[in-house]
Design a protein around this ligand. Sequence first.
Ligand code: EPZ
Length: 431
Amino acid sequence: MEKYAIRGGSPLVGEVDIAGAKNAALPIISAAIMSNETVTLENLPDVNDVNVLLEAIQRIGAGVDRVDRHTVRINGAHIKGYSVDYESMKKIRASYYLLGALLGKYNRASVPMPGGCAIGSRPIDQHTKGFRALGVRIENESGYLVASCDQMFGAHIFMDVVSVGATINIMMAACRASGRTIIENAAKEPHVVDAANFLNSMGARIKGAGTDVIRIQGVQELHGCTYTIVPDMIEAGTYMMAAAATKGDIVLRNVIPKHLEAISAKLREIGCEVMEADDWVRVVASRRLSSTQVKTLPYPGFPTDMQPQMAAVLALANGTSIVKESIFESRFKYVDELARMGANIKVEGNAAMIIGVDRFHGAQVASPDLRAGAALVIAGLSAEGITVVDDIGYILRGYEDFDEKLRLLGAAIEKIHSEAELRKLELWMGV
Ligand code: EPZ
């Protein structure tokens, strides 16, 4: 029953090191099993989703040797099965990347259908469309996607929807197809580029990642390599929003400013100072922020994974803002939780009208999902009084040492592990 207890009101000031990108690490860990040689991954984020996926590939026979928190050696030579168990998929949707990896290596795979989640139905029709185009037979058998083929052949695939997961999954399988594959309307996120760069380090021949047309020339095999995961733009953006919400001054180290451009632009628009150099960004928010309009879009647009955090900041800004969510169909579940803290937000369809208030007051709130949970912590850091954020398991899936890093920035935040600790806190709080 882990919770965060937060006493808000202190500006966050100081420096924070940004970890490797979770959404790059997950496909890269999956792709690593495509070689029979050892792959060493560096700058791996030590977050639950990554650790769960490492356990999942171990369960199918991959060798996983944890060198340290952020470095792992993976060897796919002795994989004994092509089937990913339901437990793994239940814990982490991104296990679907094992479909592309196992198909690429063995022309066979069986992976549980990933369910929906708090932010939307999240179909995988574009993944299956791509695999079928490569010549794969793929059927839903009792909730499992069972895929097989004698040989994959390159194809010209036009994505109906810009999909990060489908782009990467198809790219992985196509690395081992015979001939050339072209993916049109491909996703351009930095983690798509990182996955392509990793596969090329293993000997794949991928061109155009980061544009909307990716070309893949199939190769006979993929060899081992050492690869460093790209910094996490969403973790970075989350701390940038925390600086904005608390009138703080934070330097983020180990980032790629180019990846943060849409976030930096919005923060400047509402009155933050954002300075940057080759591998750091500094956000200073010295006065009350102004309202603006935000619409989430595929990269390089404003990231959907930053939508809740941006809304929490705008809920404290001067004036009325509009936030439009164009990627997922139900990514506003956190609004009711923010309302408990005094936010004035009205959601209609895929848009939220946010009327800024002077301040939040502390309350008991619950995280509906990973990024919404981070947004509630940001709200708690700026609130008057004590906020208790429940269901922080979601947050731990994607943020490494979240409360430790925030404490180093001056936040009064503690993880509560038991009801007894909560009672002590309530006595201390006088509630
Ligand atoms: C990735 O999810 C990320 N997860 C998500 O981050 C992120 O929100 C999302 O990309 C968009 O950037 C990981 O990388 C592990 P999509 P993914 O396929 O790949 C529709 C986080 O907080 N779609 O790009 O599953 C889909 O419903 C998580 O770290 C189809 O219709 O997202 C959505 O509306 C949350 N058919 C849109 O495309 C498909 O086959 C974008 O989804 C696939 C997707």
